[in-house]
Write a protein that binds this ligand. Structure first.
Ligand SMILES: Cc1ncc(COP(=O)(O)O)c(C=O)c1O
Length: 387
């Protein structure tokens, strides 16, 4: 076992911070009431849930009535896309990008099979979408535009304000999967002119299995589930009370810390990128500037990302190849293919995602270990020898 542990997989998930756990604990113990119960045990929990809604809304510049708690990013995305399709009369048209998370992409593919038409917009070599392609794709049947705020694999940020303005001009619902952005960068719902935004607590040091959906007041979609009247009937079922409390506390803390965190993470990120690019035949994936403050994604030519991960793991370093959700598949990630990487370069991709708790010493440690790992793997690489 390696004594040193360096966690650089914050894009997959993050540890729950102490203050968040503390805020959650009473709701597993003495405050166990059902928020829908009329007795005082229920009412005190209802008050706490509504307070959490207020905190969440204020962190996003929304009003509390616009926040719906869900089980995470996947569910929020499903509720919006499927709910908007259900509300739409007859078959319509959806605009999204080719590099969305599977929680958007696969829902769109299913809706396509069910009869809707979907445009999967291409991105440039950095993973950026050209807003004019969104406008060009609009047809009279388009009922929703869904574009992620930042890509989970390569960290590229999308020009949301421009896309939001186009959606507003054409009076089309605009949704953004902001799971990788909320808690990392400031979110201004007004500027972005979004109608729906998905977020997930475990990406900003909150608990897993809880998220939220922002729905602009007045916009209507059909619910996917039937049941009780919770969450304005959009997401019925007894609330995950400790989760919701944890989400709000984690969001409140991470939003407060954003200005400081951006600077720290960006400088660690840039130091790591600079160091990794000193290794022979390494390319940076994603946009050089318009990227998440904690995201580093590079391809090491001639070797497999998975092999690098296993070797790094033996040195106590946790990173990922592709997205955590899609690893296990042998196909190169759809994101790396969409930015034009050849098969072999895509397979050599590794994502280091930095977060709270990472330090300069962690970067030094990674930069000390990676070159030796890469060198060893390249020496035994059949692709290198035949190439
Ligand atoms: C961009 C993006 N969307 C959606 C999800 C899914 O979120 P959750 O794990 O909360 O379902 C993730 C998780 O990796 C993500 O990165």
């Amino acid at each position: 076992m390696n004594s040193r542990e360096v966690y650089m997989d914050h894009g997959a998930t993050t540890p729950v911070r102490e203050e968040v756990l503390e805020a959650m604990l009473p709701f597993f113990k003495e405050q166990y009431g059902n928020p829908s119960s009329v007795h005082s045990k229920g009412r005190e929990v209802r008050n706490a849930v509504e307070e959490a809604r207020e905190k969440t809304a204020s962190a996003l510049g929304a009003s509390p009535g616009e926040i719906y708690f869900t089980s995470g990013g996947t569910e929020s995305n499903n509720i919006v896309l499927r709910g908007a399709a259900k509300k739409h009369e007859g078959f319509g048209h959806i605009i999204t990008s080719a590099i969305e998370h599977h929680a958007v992409l696969d829902v769109c593919r299913d809706l396509e099979k069910e009869g809707h038409r979907v445009t999967f917009l291409p991105v440039d070599k950095y993973g950026r979408l050209d807003p004019s392609t969104v406008e060009d794709a609009i047809t009279p049947e388009t009922f929703i535009i869904s574009i992620m705020a930042a890509n989970n694999e390569i960290g590229t940020l999308q020009p949301l304000e421009e896309i939001g303005a186009i959606a507003a001009k054409h009076n089309i619902i605009f949704h953004t999967d902001a799971v990788q952005v909320v808690g990392q960068l400031p979110v201004d719902l007004k500027k972005m002119q979004v109608d729906f935004l998905s977020l997930s607590a475990h990406k900003f040091n909150g608990p897993k299995g809880v998220g939220a959906l922002y729905k602009r007041k007045g916009i209507k979609i059909d619910p996917l589930y039937r049941g009780g009247g919770q969450e304005g009937k959009l997401r019925p079922g007894t609330e995950n009370v400790p989760g919701v409390i944890g989400l709000a506390r984690a969001l409140e803390l991470s939003v407060e810390e954003i200005p400081h965190k951006i600077n720290t993470l960006q400088s660690l990120r840039d130091k790591l990128i600079e160091g990794l690019l000193k290794i022979d035949e390494v390319v940076l994936n994603g946009h050089p500037e318009e990227r998440l403050p904690g995201n580093v994604n590079v391809s090491f030519k001639y070797i497999e990302g998975e092999a690098i991960l296993l070797s790094l793991d033996m040195e106590g370093i946790a990173a990922s190849s592709g997205s955590a959700c899609s690893s296990g598949s042998l196909d190169p990630s759809h994101v790396l293919s969409a930015i034009g990487l050849d098969h072999q370069t895509a397979h050599g991709s590794v994502r280091f995602s930095l977060g709270r708790g990472n330090s300069e010493t962690d970067i030094d440690y990674v930069l000390e270990k990676v070159p030796a790992v890469v060198d060893r793997l390249r020496r035994i690489s059949p692709i290198r020898r035949s190439g």
